[in-house]
Write a protein of this length. Structure first.
Length: 284
């Protein structure tokens, strides 16, 4: 939040209360919110004005709009689809993705990106990774590369009955990276809360601008653009962010990365040099 440095102590208290059960806390009547947080109604009014709203009712309308957006399915999005030029469908779609990628600089401050990289690159930390029904493909992409770069990287199973083993392994200094975009998965939110309360592990959330409920437990929250004006959201910004992480982490200690990859390749059942040699033999 860009206004965070300008918030008073009571306003920060109010902001934390809203984020702890976002957006539902902010949908209460102002008197109920004041009683719940111990922040006076006039202070709440000043807070919503400071964060850019004309009043508490306007603030609530925005929360309701965000709640509706976070639950929209491809069927909902199709009704408002921005038609792609049929004459150059691929070119038009590619331009939409290119436009989205330009938002990375504004949505992910350099300091935040560096903070995520430091957490993941620290060899003393275990790194645990998991995503939702669709976003787990991005989580798998990240964990597969990280496992070749550094040890102690674990990809949690989709089956929540298998999570206790990984949760018991988590320590306070470790990091859990979660991917969750609309429509958000309640089991991932429950996992984040459990890890926060029981293990005190740092949580990095990669989500969209409507914010997964996991945000209330996240130490670092990375909101990325996913709307391409079509029935289907895009993961291009998530993938670009993850690729940047992989490159940065691998280069943070390249000698160690190089040694890890060499050892990894030496233990593969079919090594890269053998594949190349086989190809030459077949051509001969």
């Amino acid at each position: 939040m860009q206004v965070a440095p300008r918030l008073t102590a009571s306003e920060r208290k109010l902001a934390n209360a809203i984020l702890a059960d976002y957006p539902f806390t902010g949908l209460q009547q102002i008197q109920e919110l004041a009683a719940r947080t111990g922040v006076s109604a006039p202070s709440i009014t000043r807070f919503v004005s400071k964060v850019g709203f004309g009043g508490y009712h306007e603030f609530q309308r925005q929360l309701i709009a965000e709640l509706k957006e976070s639950r929209r399915s491809p069927l909902d999005l199709m009704s408002e689809e921005s038609a792609i030029q049929e004459s150059d469908f691929l070119g038009d779609y590619a331009q939409r993705l290119a436009d989205l990628l330009t938002t990375l600089n504004s949505t992910v401050p350099p300091g935040q990106f560096e903070a995520v990289c430091r957490l993941i690159a620290d060899p003393s930390r275990n790194v645990f990774v998991l995503g939702g029904r669709i976003s787990d493909s991005i989580a798998r992409f990240l964990s597969t590369h990280l496992q070749q770069i550094r040890p102690k990287v674990f990809h949690l199973a989709q089956n929540s009955e298998l999570w206790p083993e990984d949760i018991l392994r988590m320590r306070k200094q470790d990091v859990l990276v979660l991917f969750d975009v609309r429509r958000y998965q309640p089991d991932l939110a429950r996992l984040a809360t459990l890890v926060r309360e029981r293990r005190k592990t740092s949580i990095v959330l990669v989500t969209d601008k409507w914010m997964s409920p996991i945000a209330r437990d996240g130490d670092i929250v990375v909101p990325l653009s996913i709307g391409a004006g079509t029935a289907w959201d895009t993961v291009v910004c998530l993938l670009a962010f993850v690729e940047a992480l992989i490159v940065k982490v691998s280069e943070s200690n390249w000698p160690a990365t190089k040694a890890r990859i060499e050892e990894w390749d030496a233990l593969r059942l079919v090594r890269p040099d053998e594949v190349q040699g086989q190809g030459k033999s077949d051509e001969a």
